[in-house]
Design a protein around this ligand. Structure first.
Ligand code: NAD
Length: 335
């Protein structure tokens, strides 16, 4: 099997590349990534010389760079490549439309032209919008994205659906809740808070800190995508989530506790525009139809994650560059 994995130098993509090489030594893997600020080849150091692994720097919205790869004969495309940060989508929505929508359409078109057997779109629960105090997102929940990020991901999902309906492409869409684990860029909640706490810097918490997310350890997301790739039914959407609902304050307090740091580091900052209140996933379909089971519970996963960042301080130092600092200062002005 020859896989084209896009966005494989990012957080989830790199975890997935490592996971797949470990699971399927004989698969050929081509990792296509534009290496934006979020892409980091350090994540893949351990496999860079593996005989079945190849990295290609390319933009998924640029057909001419991708076509030679499709000409080599690809069995499946797994599309992780995206602009992925909601806050950045509020500052600069246009790149989200280009990468997430036009990039996905370019990949779909090549998938069609070169008769690739399968296309897996890695999407997000954010396409469903926000929940009140109760209820869960199911695969039937109408799409109601609220941020430019989630709107661009919903647009991509609709194109995947359209290529299935119109051209008969064999597709799946996965919609996962918030991931955490190794190699996550420190603009995202958990590594950001770990990094600041370690340096005794204020921990910026949006609004009242009570927005709820449903957390899943990244390896459990990888195993779900692996199952969908091999067993997903043509045209189906699969929600992925671990029923680990925590509000932001709970997450931050756990990190402070684990690191032995005081709660006085918590600093409330102006809320994110259009901030979704609560996400929670019903993952019964993937559990029952494909037999998916997450391995990690949140309490162990978060401790393991904190340990990973403690043991990989060099990785963090390298990622937190000058341009990241400028973005950080702009984003987290104190209230
Ligand atoms: P990330 O930002 O860490 O990684 C994205 C990767 O895509 C980077 O390596 C980047 O260089 C690459 N990329 C960006 N634009 C590109 C382009 N035009 N061409 C080629 N490569 C490009 O994101 P992530 O958190 O790993 O998320 C991966 C995917 O999973 C995204 O599609 C995201 O929407 C989805 N997702 C993420 C989460 C989460 O909690 N992080 C949850 C559910 C779904």
């Amino acid at each position: 099997m020859k896989l084209l994995i896009t966005g494989g130098a990012g957080f989830i993509g790199s975890n997935f590349v490592l996971y797949m090489i470990n699971q399927y030594q004989h698969y050929e893997i081509i990792n296509v990534d534009a290496l934006t600020y979020a892409g980091n080849l350090e994540n893949l150091r351990s496999v860079e010389n593996h005989s079945n692994y190849q990295f290609v720097k390319a933009d998924i919205a640029e057909r001419s760079s991708l076509e030679p790869l499709f000409q080599t004969g690809i069995d499946a495309v797994i599309n992780f490549a995206a602009e992925s940060h909601v806050d950045r989508s509020i500052l600069q929505p246009d790149i989200f439309v280009k990468t997430n929508i036009l990039g996905t359409q370019t990949l779909l078109d090549l998938t069609k032209q070169y008769s690739v057997n399968k296309f897996v779109q890695v999407s997000t629960d954010e396409v469903y919008g926000t929940l009140g105090e109760t209820g869960l997102f199911t695969e039937e929940t109408p799409l109601a994205p609220n941020s430019p990020y989630s709107a661009s991901k919903a647009g991509a999902d609709l194109l995947v659906r359209a290529y299935h309906e119109t051209f008969g492409l064999n597709v799946n869409i996965t919609r996962c809740s918030n991931n955490y684990g190794p190699y996550q860029f420190p603009e995202k909640l958990i590594p950001l808070m770990i990094q600041n706490a370690l340096q005794d810097k204020p921990l910026p918490v949006y609004g009242d800190g009570l927005n709820v997310r449903d957390w899943l350890y990244v390896e459990d997301h990888c195993s779900a995508i692996d199952l969908v790739l091999h067993k997903g039914k043509n045209g189906e959407v699969y929600n992925v989530g671990g029923r680990n609902e925590r509000n932001n304050l709970q997450v931050v307090r756990t990190i402070l506790e684990e690191l032995g740091k005081p709660e006085s580091l918590i600093t409330y900052v102006k809320d994110r525009l259009g901030h979704d209140r609560r996400y929670a996933i019903d993952a019964d379909k993937i559990r029952h139809e494909l037999g998916w089971q997450p391995k990690y519970d949140y309490e162990n996963g978060i401790k393991e994650t904190i340990r990973w960042y403690l043991n990989n301080a060099q990785w963090m130092d390298q990622v937190v560059s000058g341009s990241y600092q400028q973005y950080y200062d702009l984003q987290y002005k104190e209230r």
